[in-house]
Design a protein around this ligand. Structure first.
Ligand code: TPP
Length: 360
C-alpha cells in the first residue's frame, strides 16, 4: 500500500460551499502561462544563487498552483496581499515588478523595492507569521471605512494573508484569527501546507489533525483544498473572497501541497527526508498536471506550450539582467523610513552615522 500524496490528505470537511471554477479557454491559458513563468523563474533564481548573483533564495517548486490559483481569484484594484518570503508566484501573478521583488533576495533592500501601497502587496516578510496580524489590521480598516456597498450589504476590499503550516503554530496567528472573526474583518487566511517547516513535518507541530480544523474554534468557515490543482485553488479563493467581501467575516483556506525543493538555498533536505518520500508525498506536479488537463480538453496544443516556455525564458532573462544591475542602496536610507517624522534622537544618530561613514 502506498501513502497518499500530501495534496490528497484532506481530512477536514470544508464548511464553505465552493462552486466549481468557470474559466474561459483564454483564462485557462493565462493561468498556465503564469504557472510556467513562475516555475521557470523560481528554478532560475536557485541558479542565480549558485552563480553568486543573489546570496539566498527560498524556492517554491510544487507550490505554484496554490500561489497562482489563489492570486488569480483576487480583485486587483481593491484587495491587498500580505506575503511571506516564499511568494514569488503570488508576486508574479499579481503583477509586482519582479526585479524590485528580487531585490530582497539580492539583499539590496529589506522587504523588496516595489511600492507596497501602489502594488497592494506588503513588504516581503521574513518573520514567520509576522504579517498575519498586519493583514487583519488592514482588513479591520476596511470595515471601519464602511466598504463600498449598502449598509446591509457591504462590499469590502479583502486582505489575504499567506503563511505556512509552521507559521500557523505561532501565537500571533491565533490572536489574528480570533480578532478577525470577532470583528468580521474581511481577510482570507491562506495557509500553504507544504508539509514542512524547514526540517519539521506538519504532523510534529500542528495539533488537531489539520490547520483547517482550527477555524471552527474561531467561528469561521474553512476550506481544505488540493493545493496542486490550480483551478480548485482558484475556486476556493473566489468563494472565500465573496464571503469576506460581503461582511460575513474571515475564511481559512488550507491548500494541501508539497515543498518539492529545499527550504532555502542553504538547506539540504537529504538530512531529514528521503528521495523516496519526496516522490510519494509530492503527488502530481501542479504545472504538468494543468498542462495535461489543457491538452486533454483541447484548450492548448503543443505550439502553445512551446511559446509559453519561450515567453517564460525571455522574461527570466530580463529579470536576471535587472537583478544583476541592482546596486546597493545608500546606507543613509536606513534612517529614512523608521518613522514618518523622524525623532530628534534618530536625526542625531543619522548625523553621527554620516560623520563616521561618509565623513560628511
Ligand atoms: C519568528 C521566526 N521564528 C523562526 C524563524 C526561522 N524560520 C524561518 S522559516 C521557518 C519555517 C516556517 O515554516 P512554514 O511556516 O511552514 O513556511 P514554509 O517555510 O514552509 O513556507 C522558520 C522556523 C523566523 N524566520 N521567524
Amino acid at each position: 500500500m502506498t501513502t497518499p500524496a500530501r495534496s490528497e490528505r484532506r481530512t477536514t470537511a470544508s464548511t464553505l460551499p465552493v462552486a466549481e471554477a468557470v474559466l474561459s479557454a483564454e483564462q485557462q491559458r493565462e493561468l498556465y502561462c503564469l504557472l510556467e513563468a513562475v516555475r521557470h523563474l523560481d528554478a532560475s533564481a536557485i541558479g542565480w544563487q549558485r552563480q553568486g548573483i543573489v546570496p539566498a533564495y527560498a524556492p517554491e517548486r510544487g507550490q505554484e498552483a496554490a500561489q497562482v490559483g489563489s492570486t488569480f481569484a483576487l480583485d486587483r484594484k481593491r484587495d491587498f496581499i500580505f506575503p511571506t518570503y516564499r511568494e514569488l508566484g503570488v508576486a508574479r501573478a499579481w503583477g509586482v515588478d519582479m526585479v524590485a521583488y528580487m531585490s530582497t533576495h539580492k539583499a539590496s533592500w529589506h522587504g523588496g523595492l516595489y511600492d507596497p501601497m501602489a502594488s497592494r502587496f506588503a513588504p516581503i516578510q521574513a518573520v514567520v507569521a509576522g504579517s498575519v496580524l498586519h493583514a487583519v489590521g488592514w482588513a479591520h480598516g476596511q470595515t471601519l471605512n464602511g466598504g463600498d456597498g449598502e449598509d446591509d450589504r457591504p462590499d469590502y476590499g479583502v486582505a489575504i494573508s499567506y503563511f505556512g503550516d509552521g507559521a500557523s503554530s505561532q501565537g500571533d496567528v491565533h490572536e489574528a484569527m480570533n480578532f478577525a472573526s470577532v470583528f468580521k474583518a474581511p481577510v482570507i487566511f491562506f495557509v500553504q501546507n507544504n508539509g514542512w517547516a524547514i526540517s519539521v513535518p506538519t504532523e510534529r507541530q500542528v495539533a488537531g489533525g489539520s490547520v483547517a480544523a482550527r477555524a471552527a474554534g474561531y467561528g469561521m468557515p474553512a476550506i481544505q483544498v488540493d493545493g496542486n490543482d490550480v483551478e480548485a485553488v482558484y475556486a476556493a479563493t473566489k468563494a472565500a473572497r465573496e464571503h469576506a467581501a460581503s461582511g460575513r467575516g474571515p475564511v481559512l483556506i488550507e491548500a494541501m501541497t508539497y515543498r518539492r525543493g529545499p527550504h532555502s538555498t542553504s538547506d539540504d533536505p537529504g538530512r531529514y527526508r528521503s528521495l523516496e518520500e519526496e516522490r510519494q508525498e509530492g503527488g502530481l506536479d501542479p504545472v504538468e498536471r494543468y498542462a495535461e488537463r489543457l491538452r486533454q480538453s483541447g484548450v492548448a496544443d503543443e505550439a502553445f506550450f512551446t511559446s509559453a516556455l519561450a515567453q517564460a525564458k525571455a522574461e527570466e532573462e530580463q529579470i536576471r539582467a535587472g537583478v544583476i544591475a541592482l546596486e546597493a542602496r545608500p546606507g543613509r536610507e536606513m534612517f529614512d523610513f523608521v518613522y514618518q517624522e523622524p525623532t530628534d534622537e534618530l536625526q542625531q544618530q543619522a548625523a553621527s552615522w554620516r560623520e563616521e561613514s561618509e565623513h560628511a
